[in-house]
Design a protein around this ligand. Structure first.
Ligand code: NDP
Length: 310
């Protein structure tokens, strides 16, 4: 019997993923049927994205695992109809893209680039930026994406503080955890990067209290998820000067509504959830490796802890 694999993601992705997955699954020696439409009670694996249409997993009576194309799984993690393993996406291409985006936006702040791009008014102010070693960047979240960004910034000599739920040891990065660790990390952070998942424990992690811990004028880069920030508290902190600038890629409602104050705030840069994306060439390999593992009785990679929500 072939392994039945349902591709349930945006239809535009199918032409990219189909040939890659066929190649990888063939290379793995699997007998498979890969399609966008398979009777639910025959499906073994679902290649999943939240916009693919499947919300109720009850009819998938022989399902072995759901393999998410997205790194963030907040839209599926709490789905009570899902009773089989859920794997999330950890993809080298996605990680590389995020590292480049984070480094770019941190360097924009560190070098004060805006001043010379937007204020060409004839005033000669020869103030050179400090070296990266004199700048403290705090990364909240030291998972696949946060660790890679932290290492890249440390390689540029930034003083990098990372914060996570559990203790970590990352070369060149001061690793903190727990509530005391969060306070210590934020109190030094000139630039804060959020690479946490959206879970009940991380919602509004930047709020009026934690924003007040930051040095005055600190800058925020959020490619994590919108609910990590209390928007009203951030707008208040931006208006008071407590926060100097924020670059926001993700929002509670996406697309960000046209009348949202972020669009017109002079100290906010909005980017449309483009910090990084799953790259088919590398991601198809990750998905197919998990199918191979499932069929070989080996443990799945990148399993989500449904109790923690990530
Ligand atoms: P991981 O699951 O690998 O890492 C999550 C990190 O957050 C871990 O270090 C984890 O700690 C930490 N964490 C989770 N909960 C807490 C908590 N309560 N307190 C402190 N730390 C916590 O995720 P990724 O690095 O792969 O991705 C991070 C997020 O990036 C995704 O969930 C997604 O929301 C977002 N993303 C955004 C994209 C974009 O284009 N804007 C693209 C892709 C992802 P520990 O290590 O101790 O478990």
């Amino acid at each position: 019997m072939p392994v039945n694999i349902l591709f349930s993601a945006r239809p535009e992705l199918w032409p990219e993923y189909e040939p890659l997955m066929r190649q990888y699954l063939t290379d793995a020696g699997l007998d498979f049927h890969l399609a966008k439409d398979i009777p639910a009670d025959q499906v073994d694996y679902i290649v999943y994205a939240p916009n693919g249409g499947v919300q109720d997993f009850t009819p998938f009576s022989q399902l072995k695992a759901v393999l998410s194309l997205w790194a963030g799984v907040e839209k599926i993690s709490g789905n009570e109809t899902l009773t089989v393993p859920l794997a999330r996406m950890v993809d080298g291409g996605l990680t590389q893209g995020m590292t480049e985006w984070v480094v770019g936006h941190v360097l924009r702040y560190h070098l004060g680039m805006d001043c010379h791009i937007t204020q060409q008014d004839g005033t000669w102010t020869p103030d050179a930026p400090p070296l990266a070693s004199q700048r403290t960047v705090c990364i909240l979240g030291l998972g696949a994406l946060g660790e890679a960004a932290a290492l890249a910034l440390a390689a540029l000599n930034f003083h990098v503080i990372g914060w996570s739920r559990t203790a970590k040891d990352i070369p060149g990065v001061t690793c903190l955890h727990g509530q005391d660790g969060l306070r210590e990390a934020l109190s030094q952070a000139e630039i804060v990067v959020l690479l946490l998942p959206d879970t009940p424990a991380t919602e509004n992690i930047l709020n009026a209290d934690t924003l007040a811990l930051l040095p005055k004028g600190a800058q925020i880069v959020n490619p994590g998820r919108g609910p990590l920030i209390d928007d009203d508290a951030l707008l208040h902190a931006l208006n008071s000067g407590q926060i100097g600038h924020a670059t926001l890629d993700v929002f509670r409602i996406e697309p960000l509504p046209v009348n949202h104050p972020y669009w017109v705030h002079p100290n906010v840069t909005v980017t449309p959830h483009i910090a990084s994306e799953t790259r088919p060439v590398t991601a198809a390999q990750v998905i197919c490796e998990n199918i191979r593992r499932g069929e070989a009785g080996e443990p799945f990679l990148h399993l989500v802890d449904r109790d923690l929500g990530y």
